[in-house]
Ligand binder design. Structure first.
Ligand code: SAH
Ligand code: TRP
Length: 336
């Protein structure tokens, strides 16, 4: 242990009833039409590692596009937001956050980074690297569910005595539907002061072929990531699932401006999860929706932000229109 304890990790998830809750959510998703699995269960240790591999795939332009924007604009964003603390929602491996943290550490004497993710492993791994790179940085990691626990970023030790920059990168907002996305934004707006700022990474509507390729990589890593959720369910909920019985399907729905990712049953089979009291009969070709990834325009993201109680301040788009960063604040009148 470090004597200065520059790293702390707090767990809000993983309570005794976490498995019961998972059982409830999985049962509900698999019983209703269309069948679905909550995407947060992708991210066990293996899933988190597979996602990290996805970020480097030639077809997966999102991470590179967002990094290029941050390389050019992180300093200006931090200059403008003037934070003492950076809070990152769904931080994962925090691959691009170093660019913001470098600007933060150059500005303030005791900077704090609060990575918030459902998966503890990537928080710990990324904290190690970031602490080594930034000797003045403190990391206070939080393991929790952003759909439920954001309100906790408002209390006690998590309120610093200076402004905070909330970062939500990787277009993870696009993995939430038309109801969930504004709800998450509202819960963040609820803990933000008028001096706090919100930085959102958004993947933009583009050529469907480019989008299709990004979620159907030649090496099959996205397929492996998708199928890994079956292993997570089988392990946690006492199931018998045959991975061979499912195929990866991802396609772009132009009308709804979203990628849909499914697992397709390759034959008639029973999907049984003892601990969740699930016994579902799938027919050959039947789909289980595992993830959506919405693509936005400036208008559609600004509309989503307004539904979430946020007001856009600055729009920074890549020259090729592939990706954008949006800086926002709460729509309330107080402060800043
Ligand atoms: N921000 C990173 C990772 C994006 S992948 C990047 O831009 O590369 C999405 C991240 O959100 C994963 O790390 C996953 O573990 C996390 N996540 C998914 N659902 C979550 C939830 N309900 N609550 C908290 N974190 C979640
Ligand atoms: N938010 C990113 C995206 O929609 C990351 C992501 C979530 C993802 N689920 C995924 C990437 C499944 C590939 C496959 O692209």
């Amino acid at each position: 242990m470090e004597k200065t304890s520059r790293f702390e990790l707090e767990k809000w998830a993983g309570t005794s009833d976490a498995r019961a809750e998972m059982a409830r959510e999985v049962r509900a998703g698999l019983s209703r039409a269309p069948r679905s699995i909550p995407p947060k269960y992708f991210y066990d240790e293996v899933g988190s590692r597979l996602f990290d591999v996805i970020c480097d795939l030639p077809e997966y332009y999102l991470t590179r596009a967002e990094r290029a924007l941050l390389e050019r604009h992180a300093e200006g964003i931090v200059e403008r937001a003037r934070p003492r603390t950076i809070v990152e929602i769904g931080s994962g491996m925090a691959r691009k956050t170093g660019l913001l943290l470098r600007a933060l550490c150059a500005r303030v004497p005791s900077p704090t980074y609060v990575p918030f993710d459902i998966a503890p492993e990537p928080i710990a791994a990324s904290a190690r690297a970031l602490l080594a790179a930034h000797p003045t940085l403190r990391v206070r990691g939080v393991v929790g569910d952003f759909a439920r626990d954001c309100s906790r970023l408002g209390g006690g030790a998590h309120v610093s005595n200076g402004p905070r920059l909330f970062a939500f990168l990787g277009s993870t907002l696009g993995n939430l539907d038309e109801r969930e996305a504004p709800a998450l934004l509202r819960s963040l707006a609820g803990v933000m002061s008028g001096h706090d700022r919100f930085l959102l990474g958004v993947d933009l509507v583009k050529d469907p072929r480019v989008l299709h390729a990004a979620y159907n990589d030649a090496q099959g890593v996205t397929a492996a990531f998708n199928k890994n959720v079956l292993r997570v369910l089988a392990r946690q909920l006492d199931g018998e699932l045959d991975e061979q019985g499912f195929e990866h399907l991802a396609f772009y729905d132009e009308e709804r401006q979203r990628i849909e990712m499914h697992l397709v049953s390759t034959r008639a089979q029973v999907l049984a999860l003892q601990a969740a009291d699930v016994r579902v009969t799938l027919s050959e070709g039947e789909r289980v929706l595992t993830e959506i990834s919405r693509k936005f325009t400036r208008d559609s993201i600004e509309w989503t932000l307004s539904l979430g109680g946020m007001r856009p301040l600055e729009w920074i788009a890549a020259d090729d229109g592939a990706f954008a960063l949006c800086l926002a604040r709460t729509a309330r009148g107080d402060g800043g």
